[in-house]
Design a protein. Sequence first.
Length: 149
Amino acid sequence: MRAVCQRVSSASVEVDGTITGRIEQGLLVYLGVGREDTQRDAEFMADKIANLRIFEDDQGRMNRSVLDIGGGVLVVSNFTLCADARKGRRPAFDAAAGPDTAKPLYERVCELLAARGLTVGRGVFGGYMQVAATNDGPVNILLDSSRLF
């Protein structure tokens, strides 16, 4: 499972003219589920996202998590994070999980984040989405449940 976590002042997702998720200060998370991912990957990712210390403390150091600041998390499914563009010019998506595997794991990450007391906004799994965000920093962190980076 892979994620791009962006520290934002605000973010929203729109599908067919309707806003499906919106947060103020917090994290915009693009989440990609791989074919080999399991519940353990979902648990790892939710814990990492909730506790990632990328918000500034009183001394200006990145020492607070989204939990610490009472922020929200907007989670957007994004199978393209599993793309392999090492060969040729067209990415291959063979490593991405199919919808039957990916959707329950995406939902599980959202549920685990909410269970920690976070406000969780969502995109529409498999939908064509318009994502708007005001990046704060910018600060962007890549996560991989297999710890490849």
